[in-house]
Design a protein around this ligand. Structure first.
Ligand SMILES: [Zn+2]
Length: 314
């Protein structure tokens, strides 16, 4: 199963006991995002089509318990990806009960374009609403690779989105959930509300009740950041080694210059001592040289710098 699928499964499990206002809110979100109108004998009906059988069963259950409306779930054609698809047809005026449609003065059924009427009014329903939207028309992708190859291939791919067919509805949802600062883009006549910041996606999963999914994501975030730190540290160590080698070369050049100029023998014993040691151990670090001489690091550094100074004098 994909990460999206397990996340949806987890959300459905957390909300299996919702009822009343929240159940209505959940159904409204699902029907508004993926529902389609069907023409019945006397009225409009509503049908859902999805590869998520569990979600359809849950919607059927909610409609029966909370609205007294029955539904029938059947297998339908495979989708373009070859996944099994199911349809759920509601028997009864679920559209009117959820205010998705209304009867005008002539008694003709109209689609309710006043999206504000469809939005949840209280916090409990707000959560149920976004859970419905996500389970019906959302997806989430995280980089699951653990080795370095997968790391580079999936770099930065944290993405959670809600695909909404009605632009006006999408805007209203974005506004209602403004605390999440959804980004938007238009794709194939749909408005996509999406998050791409890993920490925000993790928080959003918690908000939707998908705790395990959020923990899994947190582990990926931590794993990646540890690897990044390790990379930075090893870069840092090699940079320090480079610096030490450069310093040593500079000191050796200075000593060679002093010898060429015939100044070596006139150096103080202290400077001669460290110059000879540097020549003997060109790869030694400052600390090692200091230890061999039984002096402090800063003392050793001072003497080596003095050699460089003297070599540069005319
Ligand atoms: Zn509620």
């Amino acid at each position: 199963m994909t990460f999206s699928q397990t996340t949806k499964q987890e959300i459905l499990k957390t909300i299996r006991h919702i009822r009343g206002c929240c159940a209505t809110s959940f159904l409204t979100a699902v029907l508004k995002s993926i529902g389609s109108l069907t023409l019945g004998y006397k009225s409009f009906g509503f049908a859902l089509e999805s590869d998520n059988h569990e979600m359809l069963t849950f919607c059927k259950h909610l409609a029966e318990v909370n609205l007294g409306i029955t539904a029938e779930i059947e297998s339908s054609n495979l989708n373009v990806k070859g996944d099994a698809m199911y349809s759920c047809e509601f028997v009864g005026n679920i559209g009117e009960k959820l205010a998705l449609v209304y009867r005008d003065d002539d008694g003709t059924m109209q689609i309710n374009n006043n999206v504000d009427e469809l939005l949840p009014k209280s916090d409990c329903c707000k959560r149920a609403f976004i859970q419905g939207l996500f389970v019906a028309s959302g997806s989430v992708v995280i980089p699951l690779g653990t080795d370095d190859l997968a790391e580079s291939e999936t770099r930065g791919k944290y993405h959670l989105e809600l695909r909404i067919a009605n632009h006006q509805f999408a805007k209203a949802v974005q506004q209602l959930f403004s605390e999440w600062s959804f980004h938007t883009l238009e794709r194939k006549n749909r408005t996509i509300l999406y998050l791409k910041e890993s920490e925000k996606i993790a928080d959003f999963l918690v908000y939707m009740g998908a705790m395990s999914a959020s923990l899994k994501l947190e582990n990926v975030i931590i794993g990646r950041s540890l690897r990044n730190t390790a990379n930075r540290q090893s870069n840092c160590i090699s940079a320090n080694i480079d610096k030490a080698i450069q310093a040593s070369e500079k000191q050796l050049n200075a000593i060679a210059t002093l010898r060429q100029k015939g100044l070596f023998d006139s150096l103080s014993d202290q400077l001669k001592e460290i110059a000879l040691l540097r020549e003997e151990f060109p790869e030694a670090g400052l600390e090692e040289l200091a230890n061999r001489l039984g002096i402090s690091k800063s003392g050793a550094n001072h003497r080596l710098n003095r050699l460089i100074q003297l070599s540069q004098q005319d």
